[in-house]
Design a protein around this ligand. Sequence first.
Ligand SMILES: Cc1cc2nc3c(=O)[nH]c(=O)nc-3n(C[C@H](O)[C@H](O)[C@H](O)COP(=O)(O)OP(=O)(O)OC[C@H]3O[C@@H](n4cnc5c(N)ncnc54)[C@H](O)[C@@H]3O)c2cc1C
Ligand SMILES: *[C@@H]1O[C@H](CO)[C@@H](O)[C@H](O)[C@H]1NC(C)=O
Ligand SMILES: *[C@@H]1O[C@H](CO)[C@@H](O)[C@H](O)[C@H]1NC(C)=O
Ligand SMILES: *[C@@H]1O[C@H](CO)[C@@H](O)[C@H](O)[C@H]1NC(C)=O
Ligand SMILES: *[C@@H]1O[C@H](CO)[C@@H](O)[C@H](O)[C@H]1NC(C)=O
Ligand SMILES: *[C@@H]1O[C@H](CO)[C@@H](O)[C@H](O)[C@H]1NC(C)=O
Length: 486
Amino acid sequence: MTLSFTLVLLATAFLSIALSDAVDTSTDPATKACQLLANAFPQLVAFPGSEQYSSDIAHWAFTSTQNATCTIEPETAHDVGEILKIIGRSDIMSPFAVKSGGHAYNVGHSSTTGVQISMAKFTGLDYDPGSGTVTIGTGFLWDEVYSRLEPFGVMVNGGRVPGVGVAGLSLGGGYSWKTNQFGLGIDTIVSHSVVLPSGEQGGLNNFGIVTNITFEAHPQTLVYGGQITYASNVSNVVNAATSDFSANNKDPKAQIISSLGSASGELVAVVLFFYDGPTLPSGIFDAFFSIPFTSSDISTRTFVDLFGTFGNTTVGSGPMGNVGHVVPVTDYPVDLLNHIAEEVIVLEGRLTRANDGLPVVVAVSAEPFLNAFSHSRGGAYPHPSSRQVTPMAISVLYEINLNSTQDEQSGFHEMVVSSVKELSNLIQAEAVSLGVSRWDDILYPNYALDGTSLELMYGSNVQTLREIAAKYDPDGIMKLTGGPHF
Ligand SMILES: Cc1cc2nc3c(=O)[nH]c(=O)nc-3n(C[C@H](O)[C@H](O)[C@H](O)COP(=O)(O)OP(=O)(O)OC[C@H]3O[C@@H](n4cnc5c(N)ncnc54)[C@H](O)[C@@H]3O)c2cc1C
Ligand SMILES: *[C@@H]1O[C@H](CO)[C@@H](O)[C@H](O)[C@H]1NC(C)=O
Ligand SMILES: *[C@@H]1O[C@H](CO)[C@@H](O)[C@H](O)[C@H]1NC(C)=O
Ligand SMILES: *[C@@H]1O[C@H](CO)[C@@H](O)[C@H](O)[C@H]1NC(C)=O
Ligand SMILES: *[C@@H]1O[C@H](CO)[C@@H](O)[C@H](O)[C@H]1NC(C)=O
Ligand SMILES: *[C@@H]1O[C@H](CO)[C@@H](O)[C@H](O)[C@H]1NC(C)=O
């Protein structure tokens, strides 16, 4: 197997600076680091109580958020290098985290009780029509990237619903509305700017901090699609249409995400449709369009307009908890989907009762692709054309019960975690018995629950990734961040 890795090493990361600041007698590494950072970057550091602090620690899911000791918003790659040097000083070694869009499912992956680095100020965007590439700062959400690119008549392979960040999605893989045509986000990356300790294509926060990424840009016309919501009494018909689309679609411009979700004891099927052109060739979505729906919003429009209508994944009115996982499958047989529909209703009922009746949503999304891995250029996440699995996303969102104690809240979260593990196991067992999954199939790292083994996420790349980590981050500075490490 060949792994293609691009290294863009910034000289700044190697410059040795004299750090003569005196540190107080406190022994807490994070407190020391914050003190030094506040001295070195008084304008960029924030502490609890400030607006900047709140926005720097904020995550899409409240359960992925932690109270950092301080936060910092570097403005340049040079700043990032200096920050890493302070954090990684041998007498400090403070825990820290790097956040781009803050959509990580697991606590500690982009949150910390130490130093929270937010990439929010990295919002450079440079489209080069000559080379057909665009360089994008890792402080952006895809929403903004798409809006800025639309006037140029081009797009990149980014997120499929609003709110997700540039760095996490594409470094971890990146399933996009254009994945059938051009591959995962990571397959369309031309180069990175990385601040060491170490730089590598893929591997999330394992090798360094990425400040911007250069992507291939592809011409963009008007698109066709939208969202349809169906009532539970037709979910089996929707499942049949999903299964048929997965098995038989031949047009790479057509993609869907077909979700079965249960809330308040009510099952709904929600399908997002995307066709990369202004007019839909006949036949492609006919089976879905002939099913009676509760709401439908399908039309020809700009990419940005269509994208803006997708998703809106929220639950309840208070802070939101999230637990997600993934089952790798090669196809979506209708029996599998019909069983899933029954299972999500049962689990949602059980969790809603345990959450004192506060809203819980249990959803499973079929994400069928067409030869998505045929565009693979390697990278940390194995996606070889010889074994093309697609990620079936398992997710539970819930409103956090603020009346209950911290312990009760963590107890409920743990219950959701074990339920998600059980549900994923059950679904994969059915998928394996139907011949559409194997127990050693790779789990998409961006969807995988904490505790998933490195081998299940990175397969035979693990050894190479360990060697890269040892070579470019010999002192293990990046291991001061949370999440899985090589
Ligand atoms: C609502 C929703 C929709 C989603 N849709 C899609 C989708 O369409 N396709 C898809 O493939 N995935 C999707 N995902 C999964 C998504 O790719 C992951 O959650 C991803 O980690 C989010 O990236 P982020 O930058 O927003 O997250 P963050 O939480 O900011 O970061 C995630 C990880 O990346 C690391 N990281 C962040 N910035 C940097 C940096 N500058 N340098 C190095 N490491 C960094 C973090 O440390 C962390 O480990 C979705 C998730 C959600 C919640
Ligand atoms: C985080 O800080 C907030 C605001 O001070 C506080 O209400 C909350 O309890 C803290 N959370 C933890 C886990 O310490
Ligand atoms: C990307 O990063 C490099 C290195 O720091 C910098 O020179 C360049 O200006 C950045 N480009 C954008 C668009 O942010
Ligand atoms: C399905 O339920 C809806 C109400 O949610 C009802 O209007 C419709 O007639 C039902 N369809 C069938 C086929 O039972
Ligand atoms: C998304 O959900 C929120 C909260 O339920 C709601 O206020 C908002 O209007 C919704 N947005 C869209 C585009 O549906
Ligand atoms: C939380 O407490 C408030 C005030 O006592 C009460 O009105 C509300 O119903 C409670 N919520 C839950 C979910 O128990």
